[in-house]
Design a protein around this ligand. Structure first.
Ligand code: ZN
Length: 312
């Protein structure tokens, strides 16, 4: 049986994505400032162990451990020459985490970590070359989708979408990071982009799924508002991955406070509003995803939909 495209499967029933990778790598021993993506080659068993816990918690989609895997990011850790291998291994590990279960591997492209000219030092050609190399490696290794994550500027997002298209990615997800404004009245990206504009832009340039992840003070209620705002301008599937609350520094450690129960309490309104893929970002754990699974399964059953996991 040919596998259904992610964007088609997501229209039939909501799908569950995974939770945080970065904070889980820290728990597994990665030191702050070190290259988590290099673990795809150096400590693959630790990466798979984290992703396997998300699969066991009920995730339908696993995002590869390649967030900082473009050569500009890797170059800061002197790992750029291993870029292609790191990205290909990232896909293989996520696939391995599913075992013989059916599931979607989402190849992750995070920000390149700088600013484009004229604000910063990087030329469009440099970023394009880095994203094209990463997207090609992820697709060649068999990723079911490319997710261009934690984006704040339309310029960088566009380079990501175009790179995924050049690599013939079967599904392209554009995911923005919004910050709630100081007065709490709305949210936009650091570069001032509002969700309606982002969604229209993504659709126009060929993304298949519009998304949000991470951000500042973007809790489940704000994510609901974002889904409604996306829905007002596009019929593309919508994906959301909020953080597990706001990070706090406790004894020099970053702590996220929102419990699985607290986050899961906000999930049903999101699903009712038409969110097609829901996962969680920084600070979330397999327990958060397990709590989501329970709510999502009840929703799927009540609506008379066919659960993804019962398919061959
Ligand atoms: Zn995050």
């Amino acid at each position: 049986m040919t596998k259904k495209l992610l964007q088609d499967a997501a229209r039939e029933r909501p799908l569950l994505c995974d939770g945080a990778m970065g904070t889980q790598l820290m728990i597994a021993g990665l030191e702050q400032g070190n290259c988590g993506e290099a673990w795809n080659l150096a400590h693959p068993e630790r990466v798979v162990a984290i992703q396997r816990r998300y699969v066991e918690a009920g995730a339908d989609c696993i995002i590869t451990n390649t967030f900082g895997g473009c050569r500009i990011m890797l170059n800061r850790h002197f790992e750029a020459e291993h870029g292609v291998a790191i990205n290909k291994a990232g896909v293989a590990l996520a696939r391995e985490a599913f075992g013989n279960k059916h599931g979607y591997v989402l190849g992750d492209i995070g920000p390149f970590g700088g600013l484009l000219e004229p604000y910063g030092d990087f030329t469009e050609a440099q970023v394009r070359s880095a994203f094209e190399e990463q997207a090609a490696a992820l697709v060649e290794a068999g990723a079911d989708a490319i997710i261009i994550e934690t984006q704040t500027s339309l310029e960088e997002l566009l380079i990501g979408i175009q790179s995924a298209r050049a690599a013939n990615a079967p599904c392209i997800i554009g995911s923005m990071a919004y910050d709630v404004t100081l007065d709490g009245s709305t949210f936009r990206t650091m570069m001032g982009i509002e969700p309606e504009r982002a969604a229209e832009f993504m659709e126009k340039h060929g993304a298949h799924i519009v998304a949000l992840n991470c951000g500042t003070r973007m809790d489940m209620a704000r994510a609901l508002s974002a889904v409604e705002r996306y829905r007002s301008v596009t019929s593309l599937p919508v994906m959301v991955q909020p953080n597990a609350g706001q990070p706090r520094l406790v004894n020099m450690k970053v702590v996220y406070d929102e419990t699985p129960e607290e986050m899961a309490a906000g999930l049903l309104p999101l699903l009712e509003a038409g969110a097609n893929i829901v996962g969680a970002c920084c600070g979330s754990t397999p327990e958060h995803i397990r709590a989501f699974r329970t709510v999502m399964d009840e929703f799927i059953e009540r609506k008379g939909l066919v659960p993804e996991r019962s398919r061959a």
